[in-house]
Design a protein around this ligand. Structure first.
Ligand SMILES: Cc1cc2nc3c(=O)[nH]c(=O)nc-3n(C[C@H](O)[C@H](O)[C@H](O)COP(=O)(O)OP(=O)(O)OC[C@H]3O[C@@H](n4cnc5c(N)ncnc54)[C@H](O)[C@@H]3O)c2cc1C
Length: 448
């Protein structure tokens, strides 16, 4: 048996790794000239030798989903893992053009002017709200409104989760973005009780991994090592155009005119890319795939002299809700979050674009940096020119899992012939551990 895998991001590489463990032959086809897809780390250097490690896509992995940790262990790379600390400490939110720290501690919560007294009391009443125990999907916004109230949604939970998922919480599926919150409600009757139950359970576990992890040399170390340890037929610059059924197997047509024959195919490309490839196999599945929305997304890593950054406020991140109508979606002070990736005397900021102002991803370099500098000046008082910068952009590259998404994916899969599997960020979770899980699960289907 030979399996073709389309797409050499973390999902495709993980599928290949699982097939290799099971002794199944594979051909991995990647359109670009590098492995890793959105997992991309890069080094910036100044003439004076100052250097900076930056990430274009993901920079931290959550260990509550164990797949990335397990894969790192299998690859023998646990010694390369670093602990970047908590995602929310020192994070601010923009509200009516002013910055407020996200109230993560009890004292901050009681003193913050971000929420009214009424909003705070509504949040504190969370344990007394009726619990929903079914498995029906709902929007992230609806969930937060039910449990914590409208203010919590508007003022910080919406901006934080909407920012992480580059999405509108009113349409985002809770079952894809934060199923753990619904599990806590189902299991414990509410978020507070559910969280306490989980803490008690995890307190009993020995050798706990940090909540978030990264890699000393950047996340690309993981995909580079995966590609290095794979022994199958690995092809870069191999853009798949279409796939047809050929007896019991499949023929895969590559844009350079070559073809690959396989007994099964794992498609790890985004739904909007996969849609065009499988038109001849199932016009209906192809049409359904094209209805999954994908948003523009991009990041810029911008280096400043530390002395050019205003002393106050000392922030590690800023989340910007869409209602503020800014050109950027979020800012992370990478050099504060991960100082080991920077050189002393410099500040590195990572700016997220493409959500509130999708057109930013299509701007030329000059226009893009000009727009970003204007935003940083108005929001954070940074008026100096950057020392250097780099940008990563993905047009229609970020899947939007809307309410009912998982049912829709189930329906699409029913339309596909046997031995044709879908996996990756457009389907059952967008985070890197979700992608690893989906890639490996798709591969396991061929081991039966
Ligand atoms: C800015 C940003 C920040 C993120 N931050 C985090 C984070 O901190 N933590 C986290 O867990 N997740 C994060 N994510 C999500 C995560 O990085 C992605 O969901 C994940 O990397 C997607 O992997 P993938 O392999 O499914 O898809 P991709 O990485 O998109 O890979 C698909 C591959 O298919 C190739 N391809 C496309 N068309 C063809 C074709 N016709 N033929 C052959 N190959 C083709 C592409 O070139 C690409 O290499 C982030 C994503 C972004 C964009």
């Amino acid at each position: 048996m030979r399996i073709a895998i389309v797409g050499g991001g973390i999902t495709g590489l993980s599928a290949a790794w699982e097939l290799q463990q099971r002794g199944i032959e594979f051909t991995l086809l990647e359109a670009s000239d590098r492995w890793g897809g959105k997992v991309i780390s890069s080094n910036l250097e100044l003439n004076n030798g100052a250097h900076f490690l930056v990430e274009g896509g993901p920079d931290t992995l959550i260990t509550r989903k164990p797949e990335a940790w397990d894969l790192t262990n299998e690859l023998g790379m646990l010694d390369q893992i670093t602990n970047p600390g908590s995602e929310t400490s020192g994070t601010y939110v923009l509200d009516h053009a002013s910055l407020y720290p996200i109230p993560v501690s009890p004292s901050r919560f009681f003193s913050t002017p971000l929420l009214t007294l009424r909003g705070k009391l509504r949040m504190l009443a969370e344990p007394f709200q009726p619990a929903r125990r079914d498995d029906e999907d709902e929007s992230l916004a609806n969930f937060v409104r039910r449990r914590l109230g409208q203010e919590a949604l508007d003022k910080f939970i919406g901006p934080v989760l909407g920012g992480i998922y580059n999405t509108d919480p009113e349409t985002q599926s809770i079952m894809v973005s934060s199923p753990v919150m619904r599990e806590m409600e189902k299991d414990g009757g509410g978020l507070v009780a559910g969280a306490l139950k989980r803490m008690l359970r995890s307190g009993k576990k020995k050798n706990k991994a940090p909540r978030f992890v990264s890699f000393k040399n950047g996340l690309q170390a993981l995909t580079d090592e995966l590609a290095r340890q794979l022994k199958g037929d690995l092809r870069l610059n191999a853009r798949v155009e279409k796939i047809t059924q050929d007896g019991n197997g499949y023929q895969i047509f590559i844009t350079d005119g070559s073809t690959v024959c396989a007994d099964g195919v794992i498609l790890t490309t985004l739904a909007n890319q996969t849609s065009a490839m499988i038109k001849d196999i199932s016009a209906e599945a192809s049409q359904q795939l094209s209805t999954i929305r994908h948003q523009n997304i991009g990041t810029l890593s911008v280096v400043y002299l530390e002395s050019d950054i205003p002393k106050e406020p000392v922030i590690s991140g800023l989340m910007i809700p869409r209602r503020e109508k800014r050109m950027i979606d979020a800012v992370t002070f990478t050099s504060r979050k991960m100082p080991e990736r920077s050189t002393a005397g410099y500040a590195v900021l990572r700016i997220f674009i493409g959500g509130g102002a999708p057109e930013m991803v299509e701007f030329s370099d000059d226009k893009l940096i000009e727009a970003v500098q204007k935003e940083l000046a108005e929001l954070l008082g940074i008026t100096a020119a950057p020392q250097t910068w780099t940008a990563f952009r993905w047009q229609s590259g970020f899947p939007q899992a809307e309410v009912g998404h998982l049912n829709r994916v189930d329906e699409i899969e029913k339309l596909l012939p046997p031995n044709l599997a879908l996996a990756g960020s457009s389907y059952r979770g967008i985070a890197v551990p979700d992608c690893i899980r989906q890639g490996r699960e798709a591969a396991r289907k061929f081991a039966k």
